[in-house]
Write a protein that binds this ligand. Sequence first.
Ligand code: ATP
Length: 536
Amino acid sequence: MELFLHYLSMPYMIEGIQATLQVTALGLCGGLILGLILAWMQLSRFKPLASFARVYAVIFRGTPLILQMVFAYNALPQIGIKLPAILAAGLALACNEAPFIAEMLRSGVLGVDRGQVVAGQALGMTPGVLMRRIIAPQAIRSMIPAFGNEAVSALKNSSLASVIAVQELTLRSTQLASSTFDFFSIFFASGLIYLLLTAAIAGIQLLLEWKFDLDRTTRQNQFMRFMPWYRAPGSDDPLAPQVDMPPEILPDGGIAELPPPRMRPERGDPIKRAEMLARNNVAVEVSDLRKSYDRNVVLDGVDITVRIGEVIALLGPSGSGKSTLLRCINNLELWNGGAIKVAGRQLGFNAHGKPLSPRLLANARAEVGVGMVFQQFNLFGHLTAKENIAGPLRWVHGVARADAERRADELLARVGLSHRADALPRHLSGGQQQRVAIARAIAPNPSVLLLDEPTSALDPELVNEVLEVIRRLAVEDGLTMIISTHQLRFASEVADRVVLLAGGAIIEEGPASEVLTNPRNPVAQRFLNAMEAEVS
Ligand SMILES: Nc1ncnc2c1ncn2[C@@H]1O[C@H](COP(=O)(O)OP(=O)(O)OP(=O)(O)O)[C@@H](O)[C@H]1O
């Protein structure tokens, strides 16, 4: 035992530990840098770069690390690169780790929900902002366990550096054992040191996982409730933690979340309103729009003009191209022919008709102001309800933090969710998530709001709370909106005009009262009858 403790604290062995740590650190840091480059190359649209990265991965994953170390130490000098043994070992380890780290990075990036990326684009985020604010924070969180494993394996693999005479722990243990013949105590001490080092890595990994755990604050708050000094939010104590307040449950089982309706301005006589809208400027103009996916013609010469303040309900059978049309208007989709103008501007093209780069397109989207609400909400999963609204205002529109947060508070109050401001999307119901998504879309005061079946992913009892919010935006704010929906009653109440799409074309269009009650086109009649039968 005494000898064992002696070997554990022996300066000769401690120097070995230092060399082991140096090789591991070089391997991991170099591997991370190289891995980032390889991951970027693999995700690049430029094919030769992606192919080069794949060939690199095949070579370095397919050959033993021990050979790579020998190569770095003995073969590189043949071409004039003579590295000290420790650097050669670090380089070989870095080159070997890089493809594994690149795969981790790539899967982390690709693992981020595609809907969130599209929502970020729709909000006008440039590719750089999207990567920094939305993709990277979520990808890094998911990569921590895999990176911890990789660090442990790099530490153990560093022992192979003994073949090129790096004085690391394994080589020092072997040398000591061959001179003292006390194999058991020395290798036991050496094994214990490796165990302690890997345990330290596992500890760091756990710490990082805890630090990046999004649910940590919620759990902490729940735990804090049992502490004697706990004061509920809203109490006099300014230091009281802010926890989510449950919504008030009404006697009839409903939830009092939306603020009481303000005096709803009457929309007045529909004929006068139609005349007033006809005098307004054009907000969106779609002319002869054609869009196909391979041979599937989805839109075949669609023309729509939407005036400022007008609410259009887009109806049509499933697969008729409603979502595609909305995505084209916001330039989230390329189209094959025709033109789209928003606020008089050809979004996505420069003055010479050339397509804009993704960065310029993002800036144009932010300038023109097209808000979009998605079927699946697409809230940013790592941000609270408030951050989902305030974040894009700061990163895209350059609004100061305090102002952005004030605006977020204001909008959360409007959609009846002030008490859920600090909740993560996954802790909100579908209806609440969609209300936050609507608040996020209208935060920058868009010139037009596109809503892509905003209630179809909701349980029936949650549909009304979302429709009420949209109704208020239409009636109280006079927001220009195009809503793709299957809710006929809602369309008849809110829409100025109904547009019915089928077979890639508009088959019926006109005031909601006419189209919904007396459609002329037989396909429209069949569709509306089927929809009504479904509801009743
Ligand atoms: N990215 C895509 N790649 C290939 N085909 C697509 C793509 N997106 C949509 N489509 C096809 O385009 C057609 C129209 O789809 P779209 O989602 O626009 O219809 P929709 O009217 O919104 O339907 P729903 O009411 O079911 O949402 C469908 O046939 C669909 O399969």
